[in-house]
Design a protein around this ligand. Sequence first.
Ligand SMILES: [Zn+2]
Length: 145
Amino acid sequence: MSVFERVSVVRRTLDYRTGTEGPKHDPYSFDEWTVTKQVQHGPVWEYILHTGLGVTLQVYKDEELIQYWTDEEPTNLWLHFQNLTGIRVDHLEKVYQRLHGPHLFCDKCGSHELSWSEGFAGEQIQYCVKCNSILWVADPGPCII
Ligand SMILES: [Zn+2]
């Protein structure tokens, strides 16, 4: 067998979203990190770490939920997440910023209401909706870790 057959291509992506959950009169903010991973033409794995009212970790294989952790010590779930994705939970924000741009919120006014517009040559410009600061200019292309 040639050496090339032993080379596997791993594609990983990282996404982040935030929002609120729980009753309308007492909403609770949540953070959700999603790592997708695919080795060559193998199944697509998706790991979703949700921190809000509770902490849950879901594992999907080709969009089918195959593992679900909840009601455990968050540190246990973080460890599971780290073992599965290879990314430390306390590094998530750094990794995300490296991939998607340096900002999850505006460092000028603190707003989380950020948006993107297209600049010259198709690059994406991230800006703050509230104070209009330009936060990050990203080259076009998929975000691959
Ligand atoms: Zn701002």
